[in-house]
Design a protein around this ligand. Structure first.
Ligand SMILES: Cc1cc2nc3c(=O)[nH]c(=O)nc-3n(C[C@H](O)[C@H](O)[C@H](O)COP(=O)(O)O)c2cc1C
Length: 210
């Protein structure tokens, strides 16, 4: 059985389109344990001023200043929690072409040198390697890779870049979009996303090698 973390970056709970689609995915992942992390309800410590100096200390191989040691213990626990999972499901609405600020805050907290990545011979090495991330991205507009509005995507492109940086290369993306417009187009977008979930679930249940 795999342990998965569902990182939910939508504040819309039952009304969230990305979560409606993720619910179907999670329901189909028989035998997996899924922990929920609702970022808009989570207690994310401020990451500013002195706390940020701790990051520079770590990069330079110095100990973190005594004054922010407790902050860094909490940050270390958050990174350990994130890395303790076998994989991640992320529900991410597009906000102003990028990701919601609570998810950026979480990413800023956990992407720490020596904890989520390290630099070896000048090369970055992600410490989350060997695991899979499934992204369920939503948006009012039909901004999908390869589509006419693809240049506006700082959501999926950013998430893929960040996950790659921490070592995650097995990334699946389910698109829930457009979620705004006439009823028929929104219903079609939901049907397409549910069908993509079903196809992904079938693919995931195939043996890796036949
Ligand atoms: C603050 C804010 C900014 C948004 N910016 C965009 C955007 O840039 N592009 C887009 O396609 N949709 C945008 N939307 C619409 C949401 O992405 C859309 O409603 C989506 O379905 C929300 O996902 P959810 O229902 O899972 O929360 C924005 C919504 C909010 C609240």
């Amino acid at each position: 059985m795999a342990r998965l973390l569902h990182v939910d970056a939508s504040p819309r709970r039952g009304r969230s389109r990305s979560n409606m689609v993720a619910d179907r995915l999670i329901a189909g992942l028989d035998g997996h344990e899924v922990e929920q992390l609702a970022l808009f309800d989570a207690d994310l410590p401020a990451f500013d001023g002195a706390a940020i100096e701790g990051r520079y200390a770590l990069i330079e191989g110095r100990p973190v200043d005594e004054a922010v040691r407790a902050d860094w213990t909490a940050i270390g626990r958050m990174v350990d929690h994130f890395l303790s999972f076998d994989g991640w499901i992320m529900t991410v609405p597009m906000w102003n072409f990028g990701i919601p600020y609570r998810l950026k805050h979480y990413i800023d907290l956990i992407t720490q040198p020596g904890l989520a990545f390290r630099v070896v011979d000048g090369q970055g090495e992600g410490l989350a390697a060997g695991r899979r991330a499934i992204l369920v991205t939503s948006g009012a507009l039909d901004i999908r890779p390869g589509g006419p509005m693809a240049a506006y995507d700082f959501q999926l492109a950013y998430l893929e870049a960040w996950l790659g940086f921490i070592g995650v290369t097995e990334i699946d993306a389910i698109h829930v979009r457009p979620t705004y417009g006439d009823e028929a187009s929104v219903a079609a977008a939901m049907d397409r996303a549910y069908a993509d979930v079903d196809a992904l679930l079938s693919a995931l249940s195939l043996p890796a090698r036949v």
